[in-house]
Design a protein around this ligand. Structure first.
Ligand SMILES: Cc1ncc(COP(=O)(O)O)c(C=O)c1O
Length: 424
């Protein structure tokens, strides 16, 4: 049945012009046409309604179409949708920067806005490199990053992401050369890490890590001690520590920011995804005072040479301010704590399935790791048939729903994972 007001004809004609992400368009199943969203639900053009288990790549942390965010964006639209930030500023951006500075740990107090997570990490790499150049240090131009990491799809950030997933070999002529090594998690990797730093520190501008969870690399968890080790090593060798909280930020792991769990303050933090509650494209690269101070000079060449056209888009900043209101007014972190319990019990039956390697939960992230992924397309189809929207990848089935998803919808998600994995 077609819901009132939805004309599916636009889709019936096919899609000869759009180019879809991560998709071999010759062989892939056609994408599902979405008519609208609400709460934790996606309404398809053919009238089916799916419970969304991944909140649109982890962005829609308060669910879709949150009335408070919608009202804030509508208000901003009346006043001013956008104005360039070169030579001009506006209230929504200044307020958001101030609120983020107040919310983030330590003296992460200078906020540079951009429009996507990849660009936010690019800016962090540029900021860290220029931090050294502005002080006359020309040798520190490379970065340490970690296997399993993912920091986006643009060229510079592919080079600090996992070599396999980011196809370093395929793009080898194009990618800058950095060092992607094992996270120091056990005796052998800790020793290798220390040895690497003792040999290369003078050439390194910094290190880049996704704190607590490497998301797109396979939902791999590490503990807070690893982050404290990175912070200590960065201090020992004088490197800058960049924490990419694009996935983990805004409550996803149980704390507002994953770094807080480890009690560390990175030198630079990147944010995006849930920053606007999944409403608009916006990202931020936030620097500690000492980073900003290295750019504070009478020399114009020492300014940060970056400026995306749509940076600090006023509609996006209004959405982000409204999203922060919701974190203040509503018990999101308590909801995440409750969700962690529900995910753990809901997914527990999967532990007994043949072919399941691991079941793990952290905050609002639930993961079932399979020994091997069979027919991925068939699995995705079965989830849709079970009434849920999930995007398993590699050998991972994961849930990252809206932080305020209702108990029934959450039970439907975990139930669908158990049901579908039982059937295969
Ligand atoms: C940790 C992390 N960093 C960076 C990115 C890239 O963000 P975007 O897709 O907005 O460029 C992602 C996206 O999944 C991410 O999870």
């Amino acid at each position: 049945m077609t819901p009132a007001g939805i004309e599916p004809d636009w889709y019936g004609t096919g899609f000869p012009h759009i180019w879809l992400p991560y998709t071999q368009m010759k062989t892939a199943a056609p994408p599902l046409a979405v008519a609208r969203t609400h709460g934790s639900r996606i309404v398809l053009a053919d009238g089916r309604e799916l419970v969304d288990g991944i909140a649109s790549w982890w962005t829609a942390c308060h669910g879709y179409n949150n009335p408070h965010i919608r009202a804030a964006v509508a208000r901003q639209l009346e006043i001013m949708p956008h104005v360039m930030l070169g030579g001009l500023v506006h209230e929504a951006a200044l307020t958001l920067a101030k609120r983020l500075a107040g919310l983030l740990p330590g003296d992460l107090t200078r906020v540079f806005f951009s429009d996507s997570g990849s660009v936010a990490v690019e800016v962090a790499l540029k900021m860290a490199t220029q931090y050294w150049l502005n002080q006359g240090v020309r040798s520190r131009t490379t970065f340490v990053a970690f296997k399993g990491g993912y920091h986006g799809d643009t060229i510079a950030v592919m080079a600090v992401s996992d070599p396999e997933e980011s196809m370093h070999a395929l793009f080898s002529g194009l990618l800058p050369k950095h060092h992607v090594i094992d996270l120091p998690q056990d005796d052998a990797s800790i020793a290798a890490f220390d040895q690497f730093l003792s040999q290369k520190a003078d050439t390194l501008a910094g290190m880049v890590v996704e704190p607590l969870v490497q998301g797109a690399g396979g939902m791999l968890f590490h503990n807070a001690e690893v982050l404290r080790r990175l912070r200590a090593a960065a201090d020992r060798y004088g490197l800058l520590l960049i924490c990419d909280e694009i996935f983990t930020g805004f409550g996803r792991t149980g704390a507002m920011f994953a770094c807080e769990t480890a009690g560390i303050v990175p030198d630079i933090m990147t944010l995006s995804k849930a920053l606007t509650g999944g409403t608009m494209a916006l990202a931020a690269t936030v620097a500690r005072a000492k980073i900003f101070d290295a750019f504070w000079s009478d020399d114009p060449a020492q300014a940060l040479m970056h400026g995306p056209t749509y940076m600090a888009n006023a509609l996006a900043c209004a959405a982000a301010n409204a999203s922060l209101d919701l974190f203040e007014r509503e018990p999101r972190l308590a909801q995440v704590a409750a969700m962690a319990k529900a995910l753990a019990s809901g997914l527990a039956p999967c532990r007994d399935f043949k072919g399941v390697k691991d079941v793990r939960v952290l905050g609002a992230i639930g993961v079932v790791e399979l020994a091997h992924m069979g027919d991925l397309d068939a699995l995705k189809r079965r989830f849709v048939e079970a009434g849920v929207w999930l995007r398993p990848f590699n050998n991972i089935v994961y849930l990252t729903p809206a932080l305020n998803i209702g108990p029934e919808d959450l039970a439907k998600l975990t139930g669908a994972v158990v049901e579908v994995l039982t059937a295969i």
